[in-house]
Design a protein around this ligand. Structure first.
Ligand code: NAG
Ligand code: NAG
Length: 217
């Protein structure tokens, strides 16, 4: 009887440990005051720790400027929320919030602009579970995101940047060092401006899996 009780106690303790065993990871995010930069999940493109809770705050002190985010590499189903503020000191001390929406790979936006002085990106994931986007089974997995931002004059046009869907989810969209140009960098064995060609689709070598004169991509 006593040993059965002890066993139950041990099981109970183990259950508690397994549920709270992984601590919330918050060593990420922060205040960004440079005029351009990258924002990425810890360890990108490898898995990020979970559960995770990060907030990046981009500050644009110039009333004549706006903040533009380019969603170059985004490989998550959702979990990324954007809000802009007139003033932002902390999660509990801020003014003039405007919620801008949730980012996910289905939205297919390549970019987004914020006109208030603070743009806050909130990223919260409990476990990797179904969050993470698998492209095709034979591909190396990519986890999380790596995006760029720029603070530019309000009248400046948003650039024709790419994002994961422009690269057919088969490559990384990357900016050059001064963020003036964006291009797809295809995963191994894929190629083409949009990574539209690969082992099963290589029309210049006579490989075309589409029938009836369809163009594969
Ligand atoms: C990326 O895709 C979006 C939406 O389909 C499109 O508007 C944009 O022009 C594309 N960008 C490039 C560089 O092809
Ligand atoms: C993150 O994005 C920047 C800008 O597009 C790129 O230069 C850099 O190589 C990317 N990092 C990784 C690990 O893909």
């Amino acid at each position: 009887m006593k040993s059965a009780l002890l066993l139950l106690k041990i099981i109970f303790v183990l259950l508690i440990i397994s549920d709270y065993g992984s601590a919330l990871y918050t060593n990420c995010g922060g205040l960004l005051e440079a005029e351009k930069g990258n924002i990425q999940t810890p360890n990108f493109p490898s898995p990020f720790p979970t559960p995770i809770n990060c907030a990046w705050v981009i500050h644009n002190p110039h009333p004549e400027k706006k903040i533009i985010l380019y969603f170059t590499q985004y490989f998550l189903k959702n979990s990324f929320h954007l809000s802009e503020y007139d003033e932002y000191i902390s999660e509990h001390d801020n003014k003039g919030i405007k919620y801008l929406g949730e980012m996910n790979y289905i939205n297919q936006f390549s970019s987004m602009a914020a006109y208030k002085p603070y743009l806050v990106i909130r990223f919260k994931v409990r476990d990797m579970g179904n969050m993470h986007l698998r492209v095709e089974e034979f591909l190396k997995d990519v986890y999380g995101f790596n995006i760029t931002y720029e603070v530019v004059n309000k009248e400046q046009n948003i650039k024709e940047a790419c994002s994961a869907h422009n690269c057919s989810f088969l490559g990384h969209c990357v900016a050059n060092s001064i963020f003036s140009d964006y291009k797809c960098q295809c995963f191994p064995t894929f190629f083409g401006d949009y990574c539209q060609y690969g082992p099963f689709c290589d029309p210049s070598n006579g490989k075309n899996m589409c029938q009836n004169d369809g163009q594969c991509r």
